[in-house]
Ligand binder design. Structure first.
Ligand code: TXA
Ligand code: MG
Length: 354
């Protein structure tokens, strides 16, 4: 593959994408090329999931280690049978309940899917996205589409076409610009291949919603532990990282905001440029301090906070801050996924107020 590709960008109506543009992008997928497209969670970097050479191009474009498997996107629930085998009944139950939507199921890999999609494992991650552009593209391509998030490896996931281009221009054939992605956090990943169903990554579908179908579902994401600082740091993948150093404060509201303000004052006194990842309501706690504000919108609406999280991280980075201060939003509902992403960005380190 040549080092530089001329990247074509097409703006599309996210609700009613132009079929001519979709057909052109689908032809690129069928020819083994790369198309970045919006899903309801984040932008994906797509290739024909049945073509191992095309899938290989995804890894090259993202500089993604070949040991990190990618998700296969399908356009209809029944297509599970196209990509997976020995599908347990609970998979169909979850698919009917949550698809199309931000839920990924780990199943046994079918023969149609080449090994490099799954980093050599005998399992496959499957998801049916709800975004009209994603669905139209998969349907028109007539093949499942393998797609990781459309960011350079270890950068925050892309929630706009501008983020995709910042990371991948010249490395992808087409970028379909459908505007900002509505959920903004990646899909929830549920492993159904082990003895007990387990959540590997909290995401757009909440743990509470999954418990209605699997009351005893395990959460295997080590990052969810409140005292993650105690976990072996070597096990934490550097992920979702801004360039700036991220400092994550335990607690919510004043319990986090007071030590954050103290830390900001000390850093500023030491000549550092400080960014804060904060809701509009809480920004007042930093009044009078020369901090850069990465806005998370209203803290009363966790969905809005989740939707803005990665954009706010990238925004602060673009303002060349040295340190970013942030706090979590509890562990209920989308709070779990937000905490997971913040913790990864902070490389697992949490600052306790006590
Ligand atoms: O919302 C999303 O899931 C987005 C959109 C584009 O669909 N995709 C996404 O892909 O976040 P990515 O590659 O950034 O994250 C996929 C993760 C991998 O890092 C890996 O942890 C897990 O899915 N995964 C994929 N295949 C797997 C498998 N066979 N077994 C276990 N985990 C797997
Ligand atoms: Mg990713």
């Amino acid at each position: 593959m040549s080092d530089h590709i001329e990247t074509r960008v097409y703006a599309l109506d996210p609700q009613q994408p132009d079929p001519a543009v979709i057909a052109q992008a689908a032809a690129v997928i069928r020819a083994g090329g790369l198309v970045a497209f919006p899903t309801e969670t984040v932008y994906g970097l797509g290739a024909d999931a049945t073509d191992s050479a095309a899938v290989g191009r995804i890894f090259t474009a993202k500089a993604r280690p070949p040991s990190d498997p990618v998700i296969v996107h399908i356009a209809a629930v029944e297509q599970i049978d196209l990509v997976a085998v020995d599908v347990p009944p609970i998979a169909w139950t979850l698919a009917r309940a949550f698809w199309p939507g931000p839920l990924t199921l780990i199943l046994k890999r079918g023969a149609l899917i080449p090994a490099n999609v799954s980093a050599g494992r005998d399992t496959v991650a499957v998801r049916m996205p709800s975004h009209p552009i994603a669905r139209a593209l998969i349907q028109a391509a007539g093949t499942p589409i393998a797609a990781p998030s459309a960011n350079t490896f270890s950068r925050p996931s892309a929630t706009t076409a501008q983020h995709v281009l910042a990371d991948l221009r010249g490395r992808v054939d087409i970028v379909l610009d459908g505007g900002p992605t509505p959920v903004g956090l990646e899909s929830t990943i549920v492993d159904l291949t082990g003895p007990a169903a387990a959540i590997l990554r909290p995401g757009g579908i909440t743990i509470e919603a999954l418990r209605q179908y699997i009351p005893a579902i395990e959460v295997r994401s080590r990052l969810l532990a409140m005292d993650a600082a105690a976990e072996a740091p070597g096990q934490l993948i550097k992920h979702y990282s801004p360039h700036a150093e991220m400092r994550l404060f335990a607690g919510v509201d004043a319990a986090a905001l007071t030590p954050m303000r103290t830390a900001a004052e000390a850093l500023i006194a030491g000549g550092r440029r400080v960014g804060i990842l904060i809701t509009d309501e809480d920004a007042a706690h930093f009044a009078g301090l020369p901090v850069e504000v990465g806005s998370l919108g209203s803290g009363r609406d966790l969905a809005a906070v989740g939707a803005r999280l990665f954009a706010a991280l990238r925004d602060l980075d673009s303002r060349a801050v040295d340190v970013i201060l942030a706090h979590g939003f509890g562990h209920e509902g989308l709070g779990a996924a937000i905490w997971d992403r913040l913790l990864r960005a902070a490389e697992g380190k949490v600052i306790d107020a006590e």
